[in-house]
Design a protein around this ligand. Structure first.
Ligand code: MG
Ligand code: MG
Ligand code: MG
Length: 307
């Protein structure tokens, strides 16, 4: 029988791993010969979910060849897929992203604009009358929690919530307490030094073409966890200002559960931050309700304030 490999995108998230495992289980129940794979390292969040439901991680895969028959989940674009994907035989796609896909062969293509691939896979289990085992259900639930940030992301649909509730019953998992712990595991920053925290995700800008600005961001489930390291963070932020000749050095600590951010801002142009967000920096910090996006909610506001 033809052997199929199923995998999600590179830099796999929880949905890519859970979808691969769930699809392999479903297809094998339907008489196919399918094995899950992963195109990269397992994140801390995914590791937490796999350990919780006692499921092993799929084997690592880097490239495919003309001899491989595959199922793609949680992606469809070649640059996000295994190397040489254009040579492989793609039998099926299950995805919830924009479609940018071409194939020379006919295939099954399951796509819906929902918050998570595992929501679509749940429907495939139902259509085929296959019972979802408790551990697989728990992993699929983890994927929905991850992709929708516990239903708070604007991408979340009623169907995602509905399916998550069913999966929580099957896996006997409390969505909120488990979900919070899992998301927190994914934002465990304790192994990073302050210098590393400030450079996990940072970008340089010339605000108004004159103020050299660095804006760094970390995601957390608890702002206080990060703020407890404020003194050391400020030390590094100050060092960077003199080393890099910055006018403004902003650290954005984003609470992905409640969709807010705390900023720590230092530099000679911090008045710009106060003006932009209509806040008063106290001890170099301020709370920014509803702000989660550097690209959409921070840069434009600072730029407007300088002009
Ligand atoms: Mg994904
Ligand atoms: Mg996804
Ligand atoms: Mg994601």
């Amino acid at each position: 029988m033809e052997k199929l490999l199923v995998f999600g995108h590179k830099n796999p998230d929880t949905d890519s791993i859970a979808s691969s495992i769930a699809m392999a289980y479903l297809q094998n129940k339907l008489g196919e010969n399918v094995e899950p794979r992963r195109l990269g390292n397992i994140s801390k969040e995914t590791e937490y979910a796999l350990n919780h439901f006692k499921i092993g991680a799929p084997e690592l895969l880097t490239s495919v060849s003309e001899d491989d028959c595959v199922i793609l989940v949680d992606h469809n674009e070649a640059p996000q897929s295994a190397d040489n994907i254009e040579k492989a035989h793609i039998r099926m796609v299950v995805d919830h992203h924009t479609m940018n896909f071409k194939t020379s062969e006919p295939l099954y293509y399951h796509a819906e604009p929902v918050g998570c691939t595992c929501t679509i896979i749940y429907k495939l289990f139902e259509e085929n009358n296959v019972v979802i085992p408790s551990d697989v259900a728990g992993l699929m639930l983890s994927a929905i929690i991850s992709d929708t940030l516990l239903f708070k992301s604007p991408t979340c649909t009623d169907l995602d919530i509905n399916v998550a509730e069913k999966l929580s019953k099957i896996s006997n998992t409390d969505i909120n307490s488990y979900g919070l712990e899992m998301l927190k595991a994914g934002t465990d920053l304790s192994s990073f030094s302050e210098k590393e925290l400030l450079n996990l995700d940072s970008k340089l800008f010339d605000l108004g073409d004159k103020i050299k600005t660095k804006i760094s961001q970390v995601n957390t489930a608890d702002i206080n966890d990060v703020m407890s390291r404020k003194a050391k963070l400020e030390e590094v932020i100050s060092n960077e200002i003199s080393e890099m000749d910055l006018g403004l050095n902003i650290f954005l600590i984003t609470d992905i559960i409640n969709s807010n951010s705390q900023i720590i801002a230092l530099g000679s142009s911090t008045d710009l931050v106060e003006k932009a967000f209509s806040v008063k920096l106290e001890n170099n910090t301020a709370f920014l309700p509803g702000v989660v996006s550097r690209k959409k909610q921070v840069i434009p506001v600072l730029t407007a304030a300088i002009n």
